[in-house]
Design a protein around this ligand. Structure first.
Ligand SMILES: [Zn+2]
Length: 371
């Protein structure tokens, strides 16, 4: 079906190897040729699995799915500008992370793993926990001890084993990595199969625009799970000869936690160590994104850019979105806020994903409602 390739030393491993990193310690990519047949795609159900021939799972019976995806793409005006909003908050667990979880947990089922491990306190943890429940695979989710109980309810209700780790986010990752020595590491950052799921975002946008690629996509970016996925998806389409160019991919960060913006604007080779402060956009508050170089390379290759927005701009954009009927979490509103400063040209097609549901952020939204 393909093989696994190290991003750093280029060592390759057989496709059936359950590993999630190279022996040298670096990240792995999947080398796999996606196929598309427009007639067959159109005949299939409106789910992300209609692009079945572009997804690296061998056997239909191993697919773990809630018939998710093919989320509606609707026209809207944001800050007076015409954009297409992709309603990724309408997934079963309330975020686009279900794309990655569906493919990654299908991979786990195909490998016959008996237990999975993931570290996250947010949407990725909830997505992995839900799909693990669907597949009847026990899973352990590691979270920082400081995580608010409200965020853990969803993960707990899916029946995942929750491990609260004292110390920092890095201490939590370390604990999960130790556990991952014995079990399958279902990481939304490390495991390349997660990105094979998030890439379906690109396929759907292409089909929903009439098999045409948009000019620009603005994406809230912390670990880059959706930005990297979108890139891989558009690249699959380009390699298949179905599109001539890639859209401009614009990474949006919170100015309170913007390591990628610093790396981009100062043209740094390596991720800088930065000062951070709290932000309402908690889903992209990642001080040390593992795939920083990959993200910056993608932005450069697609002639995109990295921009920042303030918490105040995010809150204003969030209220505006809610007043138009979109109830999304603050992280999603970061990309809507970035529309304001974006110099849209005449006729430029812009797509913005609404990444997560507002019902996940009731505490934060309550403060805005009472303001
Ligand atoms: Zn390597």
């Amino acid at each position: 079906m393909g093989d696994l390739v190290c991003r750093s030393c280029r060592t390759t491993y057989p496709f059936d190897d359950p590993r999630w990193k190279c022996d040298c310690g670096s990240l792995l990519d999947i080398r796999f040729r996606a196929a598309f047949d427009r007639d067959r795609i159109r005949e299939r159900r409106p789910t992300m699995w209609r692009y079945r021939d572009a997804l690296p799972i061998y056997d239909e019976q191993h697919i773990v799915s809630f018939n998710e995806g093919f989320t509606p793409l609707v026209e809207a005006r944001i800050h007076g500008k015409p954009v297409w909003l992709k309603q990724e908050h309408l997934f079963p667990t309330g975020s686009y992370k279900d794309r990655g979880a569906s493919v990654l947990v299908s991979r786990a089922a195909e490998l016959g793993v008996s237990r999975m491990v993931e570290d996250s306190s947010g949407n990725a943890g909830a997505a992995i926990a839900a799909y693990a429940a669907r597949a009847s695979i026990p899973c352990d989710i590691y979270v920082p001890e400081s995580t608010s109980p409200a965020k853990l309810v969803q993960i707990r209700m899916y029946g995942a084993h929750l491990h609260q780790v004292p110390g920092s986010r890095e201490d939590t990752a370390h604990a999960a990595l130790q556990a991952a020595g014995q079990h399958f590491y279902a990481s939304h950052v490390w495991n390349p199969f997660f990105f094979q799921g998030t890439k379906t975002f690109a396929f759907e946008v292409w089909e929903q625009l009439g098999f045409v690629v948009p000019d620009t996509v603005l994406i809230p970016t912390g670990n880059g799970t959706l930005l990297i996925g979108a890139y891989l998806g558009f690249m699959d389409l380009k390699l298949a000869g179905l599109i001539a160019r890639l859209p401009r991919l614009i990474a949006v960060q919170s100015e309170n936690c913007a390591p990628l913006h610093r790396m981009w604007s100062e043209e740094l080779e390596d991720l800088p160590s930065i000062q951070t402060s709290d932000t309402v956009a908690e889903g992209i508050a990642i001080a040390e994104p593992m795939r920083a170089n990959q993200i910056v390379d993608i932005v450069r290759e697609t002639e995109g850019t990295v921009v920042t927005v303030s918490d105040q701009e995010i809150e204003t954009a969030l209220v505006d979105a809610c007043r138009q009927g979109w109830y999304v979490e603050p992280t999603s509103a970061s990309a809507l806020a970035a529309i304001k400063q974006y110099p849209q040209s005449a006729g430029e097609t812009i797509v913005v994903p609404l990444t997560g549901h507002g019902l996940k952020s009731t505490e934060k939204l309550l403060k805005l409602a009472e303001h």
